[in-house]
Write a protein that binds this ligand. Sequence first.
Ligand code: SF4
Length: 701
Amino acid sequence: MPALPDAATPTHCPYCALQCAMTLTPAPDAVPAVPTVEGRAFPTNRGGLCKKGWTSPALLGSPDRITAPLIRGADGTFREAGWDEALDLVADRLRETRRLHGADAVGVFGGGGLTNEKAYLLGKFARLALGTSRIDYNGRFCMSSAAAAGTRAFGIDRGLPFPVDHLDAAETVLLLGTNVAETMPPFIGHLTGAQAAGGLIVVDPRRTATVRLTENGQGMHVQPTPGSDLVLLLGLIHIVIAERLWDEAYVAERTAGFPELRRSVSVWWPERVASETGVPVPQLREIARRLATGRGTYILTGRGVEQHVDGTDTATAAINLSLLLGLPGSQHSGYGTLTGQGNGQGGREHGQKADQLPGYRKIADPGARRHVAAVWGIDPAIIPGPGLPAAQLLQSLGQPDGIRAFLVHGSNVVVSAPNAAQVAAGLAALDFLVVCDFFLSETAAIADVVLPVTQWAEEEGTITSLEGRVLRRRRAVSAPPGVRDELWVLHELAERLDAPSTFDVDPEAVFEELRLASEGGIADYSGIDYAMLEAGEAAYWPFPRGSAGTPRLFADRFGHPDGLARIVAVAPTPPAEPLNVDGGLTLITGRLLEHYQSGAQTRRVPELAAAQPHARLQLHPATAARLGIDHDALVEVVNGRGTVRCRARLSVDIRPDTVFLPFHFPADESANVLTLDAVDPISGMPEFKKSAVHVSPVIEA
Ligand code: SF4
């Protein structure tokens, strides 16, 4: 059981990117001996926590904790080992793989839950200790489309380019494909202004908990056909232009690219958009007018519109709409995307991405390579070039010219990656799989070596929240004996692999190096240090040395050299596979209030597991009647990639042509055995949000 410190520790939740502030207090008489938790006053959560936050201390006392390195023996079972033996084995096998197959036969997979320090050191470890270009991370499956669209339009990708509490005063908020009432409940406290003004507009094929916030005159629910979001946005842009609702002065002074957009949307007249999306023309006009006339207007996107093969273009269309209305950079309005994972923002800034060096620098940029190489004390030529985005990286597992040895940190790809059965087959075909985790996740369970590492309240570090605010994660309990910090693991492996640079084990020292590496980059942390964060957590990047940071971006200029935002004309892409044919349905996937990501953590919290122990298929009663399915009946959801067996949950909250599965569950209930690994050509985002399936009842004995 964890050893507790004497005093209360202010820190942040281990889960989502809202990073609610909390205080952990010793409770020596508790069984198991874990601290108690209280919400802490902070602008994002105002003392509130969701169910996941309230129950998060249970993670620290979980009986499932791995407390010694595990090595798989010749008989196929794990045995406990000492750290030296495990690290020597890992280093030997990685060196051997490099010798036999080349450096790019070793792959590294990171996570959006790793601290900034770990994400930074993992990127450096891959490039220098392993010499491989093959590193990417699970944020590719989360934020990549919005990140690519933000970079293209604004020259900077910071999820929310304004503090969350600026939303409070907005009269109109358009939420596109996000169910914040379940994914980050304290966030909805920032929507009350829009609700009071009747201006909360939620676009979602399902009637979710967030949609219910629009009822009783507080806003409207827009329920398009799954995957038609881009057409919907093109239709809104068409109306904004046709009705001269756009901000002509703003567009002229602050943007480039409008004429081409105007030409391209001319074909998206409202009746055509209504027929393709199912959204009636009067509702389309009402949305456009409301967005153009509300005092304080925000447009926010989430994974529902971004996790598609045209996700970057869909996010771009949302940005185009916001630019036409003059929202980004205005004092009381804006555009943003809601980052999902705890450090999904910081995780995409410090070098875990295949094409990136710290500071959100491009790895192919000679100037960026020189800068980072100088910080690392090496020749820039040593740094490998761009690698493969996550889906391609996973597709190459076990292939003759692909990855032969794979290191996974903070990710459970067997459950969370698209086309998951194929990913599992790729992992099984590897010569060597190493997983760093604190539980035996489904991915760790098939590894050759598992290295047990510290979790959130056992470690020091920083996290960057969805609003680009850098926060301190603090140690509130001691890790169990036998568990090590990932920084130490990377240091030890780097030494064994004769890495041509140093790998610090102290989080503050790593952060100091990260500051230097990020200096002058897009995500510049050079003006931030631990002492500043101890004094108060109000540091928003970019925060160049000597500056006061940037809570609100784009007030005067955007991030491109000429200061202008780019309006980019976009068009819909056909679905990656035919939908709703031969009696089939469209599967969409998403989250439940009780669970986080692959569920590797939340499925081990007793209260959460009891509330949502299994995946259930949500389907409309009319569809169920057509298929002969009763409420709670066992059903099979099938396509060419796999099969899910679970219970049915009948609900009028979903369209008759659509079914919904949560993606937190493994094995027979794993939604991602059904999803596609076709990707967006710009961002590498897989098509998670629309898969063709057939559903049928299972006759139970
Ligand atoms: Fe944690 Fe997110 Fe819940 Fe806040 S909303 S308590 S950060 S899971």
